[in-house]
Design a binder for this molecule. Structure first.
Ligand SMILES: [Zn+2]
Length: 305
């Protein structure tokens, strides 16, 4: 693993994500803000081999070829965010390869497990097999903050749900192996901001290949109350750069002006416009002690749980 620069007084951040693009989509502002002040690490569980490719010019990429391409996208996104410490989870474990499990939408618009789950799918990986080496990384890096998805995986993707399980287990194991992580953040959306953004997007023309949907169902990460927010404006250019680096997965990433609570927008392969909120939001996992952390400028604890 590469060396982490020592920054006096500033603890580290470790973000654990299921696929390349999730670090930018779910925690991009936090990573860019943190990396400018102290050590920031991203761990990615799979290479996103099952992702749907947006540009027709790259539609030939599938399976391992897509995974290899997305490794390059991830490297470019991390460079845009200023994060220089990255590991794939299976490389930490050694001698294994964890694959994107894929997903399917159900009738209610919720993500779930698909019909074709690969043999090496991450969702089938034993939690302790993956959590042990991740705990070793946490003990080595000694982060103040670990960030990942809430128990619903943000929006239900089985790999995200599993990444949540593995991460929470790793935090537990690290605590008995020499490092208790003071704060675990679960990526969240302010539900009222999402509703307002979906409605506002219908009032303006949508970029080619995208559409606005005011009645879009809210993901499991949407909540009425958030605990920690990151000011997106100072890092918006980095965040948009990171989103654009994931060209197979993200389209129409741009700044937005004049919509309350919204700094930007983008669409995934579905084409539905999604907001980049003015404040990237998190909830504190149970047991977190936000008062024990020296937060960088731009990150605010809204309320102590
Ligand atoms: Zn994902």
């Amino acid at each position: 693993m590469p060396a982490v620069p020592a920054v006096p007084g500033m603890g580290g951040l470790v973000a654990v994500h299921a696929h390349p693009d999730d670090e930018s989509l779910w925690t991009g502002a936090l990573l860019a803000t943190w990396a400018a002040a102290g050590p920031a690490t991203v761990v990615t569980c799979t290479r996103g081999e099952a992702g749907e490719v947006i540009p027709a010019s790259l539609a030939h990429l599938t399976g391992d070829a897509l995974g290899a391409h997305r490794e390059g996208e991830l490297a470019a996104a991390l460079a845009a965010l200023g994060v220089d410490d990255h590991a794939f989870l299976d490389a930490l474990v050694g001698g294994v390869r964890y694959e994107d499990s894929g997903m399917a939408w159900d009738d209610e618009g919720r993500a779930g497990i698909g019909a074709d789950v690969p043999a090496r799918a991450f969702v089938g990986v034993d939690v302790d097999e993956a959590a042990g080496p991740l705990a070793d990384l946490l003990v080595a890096r000694r982060p103040d903050v670990v960030a990942t998805y809430e128990p619903g995986g943000g929006y239900g993707h089985p790999d995200h749900v599993h990444a949540h399980r593995v991460t929470m287990r790793a935090v537990e194991l690290a605590a008995v192996c020499g490092h208790r992580v003071p704060v675990v953040l679960w990526a969240a959306f302010d539900a009222s901001v999402l509703h307002a953004a979906y409605a506002a997007f219908t009032a303006a023309p949508a970029p080619a290949g995208t559409y606005a949907d005011a009645s879009a169902p809210l993901p499991s990460a949407a909540t009425a109350h958030v605990d920690v927010v990151v000011d997106v404006a100072p890092v918006l250019d980095r965040l948009l750069g990171a989103l654009r680096a994931h060209e197979t997965q993200v389209q129409a990433a741009d700044a937005v002006h004049g919509v309350d609570g919204v700094a930007g927008r983008f669409a995934l392969s579905l084409g539905r416009l999604e907001p980049v909120a003015r404040h990237e939001a998190y909830v504190l996992a149970p047991g977190s002690e936000p008062g024990a952390v020296a937060w960088p400028a731009g990150v605010q604890v809204v309320a102590v749980a």
